[in-house]
Ligand binder design. Structure first.
Ligand code: ZN
Ligand code: ZN
Length: 479
């Protein structure tokens, strides 16, 4: 590692309090998807203080922004998120459910750490560019609405990610590893039915029930499930049942549908079949409906070249160690959820030999905190979930890592994750992720051949072309 790179990475430790403080402030004021106004203002102020050139309301999205430093190519993007989840309010450091605000929101996916860690990485890369005077640009992207709203996919519709030579990101997790594999694309559409209200006993014949339409639409979709491929998923939520009075014919009712398939083109086609069912339900009930496109994401395209780079950087840095006190906190939290039966990490799911290695590294699952780097895996693997990082990966070579910021096996989107969000375990994981991302980005500025190789792999994998799941004219909607 050369001196300039060493100094750049050292900056993360020297300024650690600034980033852990930023993460803690975001944790303290959890904001839901596309309503992250305070977080966006905090980040934009921090970016300006750090000497980045800030663009607010990126791609016309209120809480999207970026901070750029440098000139010319290569251009490396580092992605940050900062939205929270509803109903997960929880006191920090408590090992029993203890909402700070009854029914309030909380950072149950660790996006307080995700944004601040990525910003620390971008600041370190900026320092490297300053020290070396090399040409190149680093851009921190503030990406809103990951939990709902698909900010990055709306930004992809505008072609934003095409300007990058590579994008790097991370996600808090229970294990240190490089993320890999593909996943499901996803599309969300809200159907708002409207009918005619009437006294349900007195003159039901003049009423037209929007709730009936929702019910018939749901039945239609249940029958559709037999005639779609196994990899597809359709989920729904009745967001408005039209009221609580059974003696009223409900004039309004809404249902939100989420359609998933591995390939985004298949999600689009399946979603159109759901539209047809909505039309049928309206026809059957004499109601009308309004179709509101909510959001969509494409599937991930893994980039093994960048994944290999991330692994080398993580291995070179060495993963964080934890104190007895930190282990005791994690062990106490672990008592509150069932122990997982599979060893942690993507590789362990896909490869029996890796699973065996991980079993040893976790001392057969006994360790409350995973203080090791999971062995690399670069075969095919599929995860049924979805992320808007997928849309970035169709427009530029993209890779992500995970850092252990909470106990092994902790359920996703849980109060336990919120309880860990301000802990020293979380801070250590975040700073480690920041250094690994910065180290990888710096390598891409130093090794043009490696960046070219990542680009070649990307061009091959994305040759079929990006199908953007975001419809023409659609705008991000906070649900
Ligand atoms: Zn999440
Ligand atoms: Zn998340």
């Amino acid at each position: 590692m050369n001196e300039q790179k060493k100094s750049a990475l050292a900056l993360i430790d020297e300024t650690a309090d600034f980033y852990t403080g930023l993460s803690d402030r975001i944790w303290e004021e959890p904001e839901l998807s596309l309503k992250e106004f305070k977080a966006a203002a905090l980040y934009c102020a921090a970016l300006r203080e750090l000497g980045f050139t800030v663009t607010e309301k990126l791609c016309g999205i209120e809480t999207a922004f970026c901070g750029s430093y440098g000139s010319g190519g290569p251009v490396i993007g580092i992605l940050g998120e900062f939205d929270a989840l509803s109903g997960l309010s929880q006191e920090a450091g408590k090992t029993v459910p203890a909402p700070l605000v009854e029914g309030g929101s909380g950072h149950g996916c660790g996006h307080n750490l995700l944004g601040a860690g990525s910003l620390a990485a971008a600041a370190a890369v900026k320092k490297y560019l300053e020290l070396t005077g090399k040409p190149g640009t680093v851009i921190f992207f503030g990406c809103p609405g990951e939990e709902g709203g698909s900010g990055k996919a709306f930004m992809a519709r505008e072609g934003l990610w095409k300007e990058l030579d590579a994008a790097l990101s991370w996600h808090p997790a229970d294990v240190n590893q490089v993320e890999t594999g593909t996943n499901n694309s996803c599309i969300q559409v809200l159907y708002r039915f409207s009918g005619v209200a009437a006294h349900a006993a007195g003159n039901p014949h003049v009423g037209r029930s929007a709730l009936d339409a929702v019910e018939l639409m749901n039945i239609g979709v249940q029958f559709l499930r037999e005639h779609m491929t196994d990899d597809c998923r359709i989920h729904y939520a009745i967001t408005d049942a039209g009221g609580v009075s059974p003696n009223v014919v409900q004039a309004k009712a809404s249902v939100l549908y989420m359609v998933r398939a591995n390939k985004v083109a298949d999600s689009v086609a399946l979603q159109q079949r759901v539209d047809d069912i909505a039309k049928g339900a309206a026809l059957m009930t004499g109601t009308k409906f309004e179709r509101v496109f909510i959001d969509g994401t494409a599937e991930l395209l893994p980039n093994y070249t960048l994944e290999g780079l991330l692994y080398r950087c993580m291995a070179e840095l060495g993963v964080p160690r934890f104190t007895e006190e930190e282990k005791a906190f994690a062990a106490a939290l672990r008592e509150t959820y069932p122990a997982g039966r599979t060893p942690p990490g993507i590789g362990a799911r896909a490869d029996a030999a890796i699973a065996e290695q991980v079993r040893e590294l976790t001392e057969n699952g006994a360790k409350p905190l995973n203080d090791f780097l999971a062995p690399p895996y670069s075969g095919t693997i599929f995860s049924p979930g979805s992320t808007d990082v997928g849309d970035v990966s169709w427009l530029t070579p993209t890779a992500q890592l995970n850092a252990a910021t909470w106990p092994s096996g902790v359920p996703g989107h849980s109060w336990q994750i919120v309880a860990c969000g301000k802990s020293s375990v979380a801070h250590k994981g975040m700073l480690f992720a920041a250094k690994a991302l910065a180290s990888a980005a710096i390598e891409l500025f130093e090794d043009g051949a490696l960046l070219e190789k990542a680009g070649e792999e990307f061009r091959l994998k994305s040759a079929s072309g990006y199908v953007c799941p975001i419809e023409e004219g659609a705008v991000p909607i906070a649900l």
